[in-house]
Write a protein that binds this ligand. Structure first.
Ligand SMILES: Nc1nc2c(ncn2[C@@H]2O[C@H](COP(=O)(O)OP(=O)(O)OP(=O)(O)O)[C@@H](O)[C@H]2O)c(=O)[nH]1
Ligand SMILES: [Mg+2]
Length: 563
């Protein structure tokens, strides 16, 4: 009893039909894309009937469909409407014969490549039928993860069938891992329950502030903290961060609460991360990874994505786990279900290659940004950049002032790249207003460098609006954090207008007192009526700047002339 062969079988002898049916019984070794034996079986019958024969093979090596075409083309049957899960391949490869070369050379047709991308196939392979019906050459292609050249697929040039003997299962697993990493987003899995662990040491930061911030970060990441464990120690345990007993408690608690994710409120060394993972068999994420993960979810622009990916790779490389995790861990992803036990060596090498590749891309992007900047400089419109702690209301303000549609959300880091809008108010001067990434205290070093490029743009600003969420009880500490980061990137001396936002949440009397104390301009970004004073202040500051520059220029031009 043979399964149905698809396509037009008219004119075929019954022995030929039987040979086609028999292909269903073939078990393709999943360790190779195709075996020599199976390839020959296909080309033999294809040569005999002088029609293209195609098979769809699943990951287990099972033949799902045999299809007969004409001498050139083959039309695939509907392989099911159930879409391949997003960012996943369908788990099916297409192998077809190629008759047009008489065994000399082989091609993939446009149809093949279209099928590859439309159906999200694992791969497509074309096998040339030789003079005596043997499989002579193969050419195959697979999809590519996002890449700078924006190529959709990679084509592997002609090979003898026995030369393309490699571990296909592993290959596809890694490839899928790369796809997943590119788009790895915590939110995909909805609310992941997690345990939060914090080690308090004397002289450390204020425990409550630290925890409050971590909770906010977790919420932004789409993680639900189901329990918090704090341990007070004179110093962080070198091996486990917390004490050995706490590790056991942690494992038990995670079991009780049925969560397999632990987030440490501080950063862990690669050794600690591995030791805790081994001891608890839970997924462990530290503070930097959490922030990186949020960035990974949020990065929308090409450069944002590249920067985040690079930062993730660099942070994760020394933390690659030799025992069980592969590329999956590179994402530091909470939702990412990775390929599992891929070989460490391969991952390391790939990660290194990838880092080099991304760094080159960043240089390229930087050059493009430079170009954009030059163009903008020429236009001579003053630039005002809005900076501030994350969630201060920067995007809301920019949005309101320009009626633009910068993403706004009550979550941290809603903005991942500076967004610029041109703006003119009444008869006032024209200006370019740029939004920036929210700052956060103790920005992990990986992030400072990763986002240096985007922050660098601040250097071009004529004026900074330092926006502060005055309703936050820690606003002073946050102001300091922002100023510290500005100093770190050599922008400490840049002219600032201090603006207190969310005044609608406080009593007018309090607002007044605070504004006087800090010499700040009060606004509510939600109510544009309140921004008039700010606009005027910006206009007058820019105006006096221009005047100073103009007179400064006059003063320096003369000595040069006499040089
Ligand atoms: N009550 C009140 N809420 C505000 C005001 N301005 C902004 N918000 C809210 O604060 C939240 C954060 O605003 P965003 O504009 O996204 O903050 P941001 O500074 O751009 O944040 P990041 O991009 O994450 O750094 C949003 O829910 C806003 O609606 C305000 O004047 N009053
Ligand atoms: Mg924003």
């Amino acid at each position: 009893m043979g399964r149905k062969v698809h396509g037009d079988l008219s004119g075929l002898k019954s022995s030929q039909q039987r040979a086609l049916e028999k292909l269903y019984r073939h078990q393709v070794n999943s360790a190779a894309p195709v075996t020599q034996g199976f390839a020959n079986r296909l080309t033999e019958i294809s040569g005999e009937i002088n029609r293209v024969v195609a098979v769809l093979v699943d990951r287990a090596g099972q033949v799902d469909a045999v299809v007969v075409g004409d001498a050139k083309r083959v039309y695939l049957p509907d392989i099911g409407r159930q879409r391949a899960a997003q960012d996943r391949f369908r788990g099916i490869r297409l192998i077809r014969t190629y008759l047009e070369s008489g065994g000399h050379g082989v091609e993939l047709t446009n149809d093949d490549l279209t099928d590859l991308s439309k159906l999200q196939l694992d791969m497509v392979m074309s096998i040339a039928v030789g003079h005596h019906g043997e499989a002579s050459y193969t050419k195959w292609a697979h999809l590519l993860p996002q890449n700078p050249e924006e190529r959709a697929w990679e084509i592997h040039s002609e090979e003898r069938p026995h030369d393309c003997f490699f571990d296909f299962a592993e290959f596809i697993r890694e490839l899928e891992g790369e796809f997943e990493r590119k788009t790895s987003s915590l939110l995909k899995t909805g609310q992941d329950p997690a345990l939060l662990v914090y080690v308090a040491t004397p002289g450390g930061r204020d425990e409550e502030i630290e925890l409050a911030e971590l909770l906010e970060l977790a919420r932004t990441a789409g993680v639900e903290i189901v329990d918090t464990m704090v341990q007070r120690r004179t110093q962080v345990h070198p091996k486990y961060a917390v004490g050995k007993g706490k590790i056991e408690e942690l494992t038990l608690r995670a079991l009780q609460l049925d969560c397999d994710l632990v987030i440490f409120a501080q950063d862990l060394t690669p050794g600690q991360l591995r030791a805790i993972t081994d001891a608890t068999e839970l997924k462990v994420i530290d503070r930097t990874q959490l922030i990186l993960d949020i960035f990974a979810q949020r990065a929308k622009s090409r450069d944002g994505k590249v920067q985040v990916e690079l930062a993730q790779l660099k942070y994760s490389l020394p933390r690659l786990h030799s025992k069980s995790t592969g590329m999956s861990r590179l994402a530091g992803g909470i939702g990412g279900r990775g390929p599992g036990e891929t070989k460490l060596e391969i991952n390391r090498r790939r990660a290194h290659d990838k880092i080099g590749e991304l760094e080159r891309e960043i240089v390229k992007i930087g050059e493009q940004r430079e170009l954009r900047r030059k163009r903008r400089q020429k236009s001579d419109i003053p630039i005002v950049s809005v900076v501030g702690y994350t969630n201060a209301g920067k995007s809301t303000l920019l949005n309101g002032l320009t009626q633009s549609s910068v993403l706004m959300e009550d979550k941290l880091f809603a903005t991942l790249r500076p967004t610029s809008r041109r703006l003119r108010y009444g008869n006032g001067p024209e200006m370019i207003l740029t939004d920036t990434v929210g700052f956060i205290h103790e920005l992990p070093e990986e992030l400072v460098s990763a986002f240096k490029a985007t922050l660098e743009e601040l250097g071009e600003a004529d004026l900074l609006i330092h926006l502060v969420d005055i309703s936050n009880e820690n606003f002073e500490a946050r102001m300091d954090a922002v100023n510290r980061i500005l100093k770190d990137i050599d922008l400490g001396d840049k002219e600032q207008v201090l603006v207190f936002n969310k005044v609608d949440l406080l009593k007018p009397k309090v607002v007044k007192a605070l504004c006087r104390r800090f010499d700040a301009v009060p606004i509510s970004a939600l109510d544009l009526e309140t921004t008039h004073v700010l606009i005027e202040k910006l206009a007058s500051r820019l105006f006096s700047q221009r005047r100073a520059q103009a007179s400064g220029r006059d003063a320096t031009v003369d000595p040069e002339l006499y040089d």
